[in-house]
Design a binder for this molecule. Structure first.
Ligand code: IMP
Ligand code: MG
Length: 181
């Protein structure tokens, strides 16, 4: 799998050090709060598991599954919710966890839908955020790393459902994406 990468962006120790920092911030910000963390499947799974083990707070964990990519390397803009019901978050602080903030379509749609479940607050935490103009206005409250507008894989991020299990984040070789589109 490593030979499919152009270069490694963040190795495992670098990611772990950053997660320590974000987890400390989250633990401090949500002390004495009723917190529900909502993990967006499948991309945030590895990040979520590593992050939440560093957050020693009582919290609930729910997952939401959406599809927006349809196996291509660009966001389509249509966000399809695979569940009809939202988690029960009435009056609770919610923290959405996702792998990456790119165009903003996915998190904007999830945030809107989550609002209908009447949470007390909604914040967003992402492992990666692309430095670019977004189609939708979304600011993440907690960001692991900012990256250029390149296609990243690993640590939960996929290309066609591959590479999620890489323990680091890297940039996929462009010719591999070009072959598929
Ligand atoms: P957005 O709706 O464009 O912000 O994209 C959000 C989703 O697209 C993420 O949750 C990822 O699943 C996927 N995505 C966007 N950029 C990348 C990337 O560089 N690598 C892998 N997946 C990506
Ligand atoms: Mg994906």
């Amino acid at each position: 799998m490593q030979s499919d990468l152009e270069r490694i962006l963040f190795d495992e120790p670098t990611i772990q050090r950053r997660l320590d920092k974000i987890a400390a911030q989250i633990s401090n910000d949500y002390r004495d709060c009723d917190l529900t963390v909502i993990s967006i499947l499948n991309g945030s799974l590895i990040f979520m598991a590593a992050l939440l083990r560093r957050v020693p707070l009582p919290l609930r964990l729910d997952c939401l599954s959406v599809a927006s990519y349809h196996e291509k390397a660009q966001t389509s803009g249509d966000v399809i919710f695979k569940q009809v019901a939202m988690p029960d978050v009435v009056g609770r602080h919610t923290l959405l966890l996702d792998d990456i903030l790119d165009s903003g379509h996915t998190l904007a749609a999830i945030r809107e839908k989550l609002k209908t479940a009447k949470p007390r607050s909604i914040r967003i935490c992402v492992l990666l955020s692309k430095k670019k103009e977004r189609a939708r206005q979304v600011d993440a409250d907690y960001v692991g790393f900012e990256i250029e507008d390149e296609f990243a894989v690993g640590y939960g991020l996929d290309f066609k459902e591959q590479y999620r299990n890489l323990p680091y984040v890297g940039v996929l070789r462009k010719e591999l994406i070009a072959q598929e589109s």
